[in-house]
Design a protein around this ligand. Structure first.
Ligand SMILES: Nc1nc2c(c(=O)[nH]1)N[C@H]1C(S)=C(S)[C@@H](COP(=O)(O)OP(=O)(O)OC[C@H]3O[C@@H](n4cnc5c(=O)[nH]c(N)nc54)[C@H](O)[C@@H]3O)O[C@H]1N2
Ligand SMILES: Nc1nc2c(c(=O)[nH]1)N[C@H]1C(S)=C(S)[C@@H](COP(=O)(O)OP(=O)(O)OC[C@H]3O[C@@H](n4cnc5c(=O)[nH]c(N)nc54)[C@H](O)[C@@H]3O)O[C@H]1N2
Ligand code: SF4
Ligand SMILES: [Mo]
Length: 685
């Protein structure tokens, strides 16, 4: 039977082999037009996830102190009644804004979480948006009026792969295989990454940049493009505004200064700029490596300006803006019209991180401060749909303090995570193989079909329907999940049942749509100088904010990346994925190892100004990083440790903070901050 994998964002077609209705094997679907049979190690671990003995299979109510792990099983009705009663009481006492909904990376039910928040009347939805997809999305929207995707099928001459490890991470519905196929057909890659990844080794140029300085590089490249006259004059004249002001603004980013900030050779920066700017077809794949520091929004804005200057927006082999398909999906389904304006204005951090707030999200740092201080108002209840916030939000100490203060914490998850151990009620959710969902990407929509069931588990959508009914909000929802799926598909005249037979619908792509009516910005042009940002109190041009002075006690720059075999904080309990790696690793250069007296496999603590106790990592020595850079695995926790401290000892957010966060998005500094290395001697527990 066919479905669509959701072990990552990729959306590969999957074929599940069934014997008497029981899944016995899984592999890639060669007929799927996106993935064409590709299937990775995580996809292959899907049946481990389905059958994991660690899965939660009954709702639980906490009976001991938070974090102790003491729970008793209860029935679904008891659990849901209890949650609904307590949410209703909190709303009665403190208003709907005292309830916050949380979720992690999008798992195709994000629009349900937002619909529930809007129906409840709370503006507060927290998630990793500030360090994940949204700095890029909002920078793109605020520059061209839409979000762009690399048009790999349009055969770019050059792909600028910037802070992205696409061949391993497959984010956002464009699987990395598309990039690799373009390379096989002749595309050249220019990679900007502090680490020599596999794709960096295969690239025409690799810019091993100092972490956190990409904004300066992008502004320097803009200056070179303007000085050398390498920009697209016709496009700039006809479709942009503010060119002269931009040319003036980037004068501060001369090559020598940019080389000093980024640690790159001036000649390499110049060559990379020429390679990108003079290519007839070129696209930029900008990733999460750029979104986790205080320059995040401005870095993506500067990159968006560079792409526009070179005339690559909506061009074949360039950066394509897709028109949405007419289904009721990510845009319409959340029903933002249900949230009264006066409630929307109460969004926590809305006055501080205005661009994130415009996208509907609260930054974790702002939320946790508000919970701890009770200001601007009491936030007393949180319902989390799939996010291990003790591991994934910055500043674990603050998260712990905040969730320790809540009157009610509900966590919906497949596993007893450290975050779930803090919950008052834990609800067991289903995996992707147990779900009916519409998978919505810009280039296609697909049907994810329920193939198996695990007794006792429910999907987030089913939980939301049940909670809505108990809270008297049924009028804003649907009598059943299938009715909701039918309603979503009404715009393309299909029912869910019909769609499951078709399985997959491609979106049509159209190039250079701006020629028929301009860009979807206020001026209809690409606003190189953005007065909308100015009206919000921000600078109309991106600028690089310098990192703090070096600290001799913290001589290394730490950054991190998502792992190929794990997914964010997930899969550490599955045999297929954890067979090759059982502990978090930090990659250090041989010179660093020598200076610090380290050998491969040693245990160290990396400590920072914010996290003096440090985070424990196993040393891996490799010259794939520079001598001043250390690269740590993000997203670790150890499921089988008995205490929360033991589980989280290798979670990098023990040493991150939001002290220096991006002013637009609240992006915390998770990458590109100073650390020291402490070797753990024998006998240190
Ligand atoms: N230091 C540092 N921190 C980071 C990052 C980093 O690179 N460095 N990356 C950031 C980024 S980009 C992101 S997106 C976040 C991710 O952070 P999170 O979203 O918190 O992490 P995940 O591991 O994706 O998911 C959390 C939980 O969801 C559960 N889960 C899986 N599927 C479902 C489902 O369908 N329903 C429900 N209810 N639960 C489910 C999993 O078991 C897991 O426990 O972390 C961010 N934090
Ligand atoms: N296998 C796998 N796939 C995933 C995930 C996963 O955990 N595992 N997570 C999913 C999620 S939620 C997301 S958001 C995406 C993320 O996917 P990507 O956007 O590819 O992001 P990362 O892999 O976190 O980091 C990309 C690259 O940035 C580099 N980097 C680190 N710091 C810097 C810097 O300061 N500057 C530059 N230029 N580069 C830097 C890292 O070395 C890394 O190679 O992947 C998704 N897909
Ligand atoms: S790339 Fe992602 S979607 Fe594709 S098989 Fe791997 S985990 Fe599944
Ligand atoms: Mo993410």
């Amino acid at each position: 039977m066919k479905s669509v994998c959701r072990m990552c964002h990729g959306g590969c077609g999957a074929v599940v082999e069934l014997v008497d209705g029981v899944p016995t094997g899984i592999h890639g679907d060669p007929d799927n037009p996106t993935s064409e049979g590709y299937f990775c190690i995580k996809g292959k671990a899907s049946l481990d996830l389905l059958r994991s003995p660690d899965r939660l299979t009954t709702p639980l109510v906490r009976t001991g102190p938070r974090g102790s792990g003491a729970f008793e099983p209860v029935g679904w009705d008891t659990a849901l009644d209890r949650i609904a009663d307590r949410l209703a009481a909190a709303i009665g006492r403190h208003g709907p804004e005292s309830v916050v909904l949380g979720q992690g990376t999008d798992r195709n039910y994000q629009e349900w979480v937002f619909r529930l928040a809007n129906a409840l009347g709370t503006p507060n939805v927290v998630g990793p948006a500030h360090v994940c997809f949204y700095p890029r999305v909002m920078a793109s929207i605020m520059t061209y009026g839409g979000f762009t995707f690399c048009d790999y099928e349009g055969d770019p001459e050059v792909v600028l792969l910037w802070g992205s490890n696409k061949p391993s991470t497959h984010s956002d519905g464009v699987i990395g295989v598309k990039l690799l196929r373009a390379v096989e057909r002749g595309s050249r890659v220019v990679t900007v990454d502090p680490r020599r990844t596999q794709i960096a080794s295969r690239s025409a140029l690799h810019l091993a940049i100092r972490p956190g300085t990409d904004c300066a590089l992008a502004l320097g490249m803009i200056r070179i493009v303007i000085d050398e006259g390498w920009y697209d004059r016709d496009f700039v004249a006809a479709h942009t505004s503010g060119f002269d002001e931009l040319a003036e603004h980037v004068r501060a980013y001369d090559l020598e200064r940019v080389a000093r900030i980024t640690g790159l050779a001036p000649g390499l920066i110049h060559d990379a700029t020429r390679c990108y700017a003079l290519a007839a077809r070129a696209c930029i794949e900008a990733g999460t490596g750029l979104s986790q520091n205080e320059n995040s929004f401005d870095t993506h804005r500067a990159i968006a300006l560079l792409a526009a200057l070179c005339g690559n927006i909506d061009a074949p082999g360039g950066d394509l803006i897709w028109e949405p398909m007419p289904i009721e999906g990510r845009r319409a389904f959340p029903r933002s019209d249900l949230l009264p304006e006066e409630q929307a204005r109460k969004r926590i951090g809305g006055d501080k991180h205005k661009i994130l707030s415009m996208a509907g999200w609260v930054a974790p740092g702002d939320l946790h401060e508000a919970i701890v201080t009770g200001s601007p108002y009491p936030v007393t209840s949180m319902v989390v749909f799939g996010s291990n916030i003790l591991a994934s939000h910055e500043n674990t100490g603050l998260v712990r303090e905040a969730i320790g203060k809540l009157d009610l914490l509900v966590v919906c998850d497949l596993f007893m995570t450290p975050t779930a151990r803090y919950a008052d009620v834990v609800l067991p959710t289903s995996s992707w193989l147990e779900r009916d969902q519409i998978v919505e990407f810009n280039s296609y929509i697909a049907a994810r079909q329920r193939i198996a069931t695990v007794d006792g588990c429910r999907s987030d959508e089913e939980i939301i329907l049940e909670l809505a009914a108990r809270l008297g909000l049924s009028r804003h929802f649907f009598p059943s999940l299938e009715a909701a799926l039918d309603a979503k598909l009404a715009g393309i005249d299909l029912t869910w049942e019909q769609f499951t037979k078709i399985g997959y619908i491609r979106n049509e792509k159209r190039y250079r749509k701006y020629r028929d009516g301009g860009f979807a910005t206020r001026s209809g042009r690409v606003d190189l100088m953005n007065n909308g940002l100015r009206a919000l109190g921000y600078e109309p041009f991106p600028s690089y904010r310098a990192q703090p002075e070096a600290d001799p006690d913290l001589p290394y720059i730490m950054t991190s990346a998502h792992s190929r075999r794990f997914y964010n904080t997930e899969f550490h309990q599955l045999p297929t994925t954890s067979r090759g790696q059982t502990a978090a690793r930090v990659t250090v250069h041989p010179d660093t190892a020598e200076r610090e007296g380290l050998t491969d496999g040693d245990e160290v603590d990396l400590y920072s100004r914010a996290g003096a106790r440090g985070v424990r990592m196993t040393v891996r020595i490799s010259d794939s990083v520079a001598p001043n850079v250390v690269m740590a695995d993000a997203g670790w926790w150890y499921p089988h440790e008995s205490s929360v401290d033991g589980q989280l000892r290798s979670s990098v957010n023990l040493v991150t903070t939001n002290d220096r966060s991006d002013v637009h998005m609240g992006s915390a500094t998770m990458r590109g901050f100073a650390v020291g290395i402490r070797r753990r001697g024998p006998g240190r527990g």
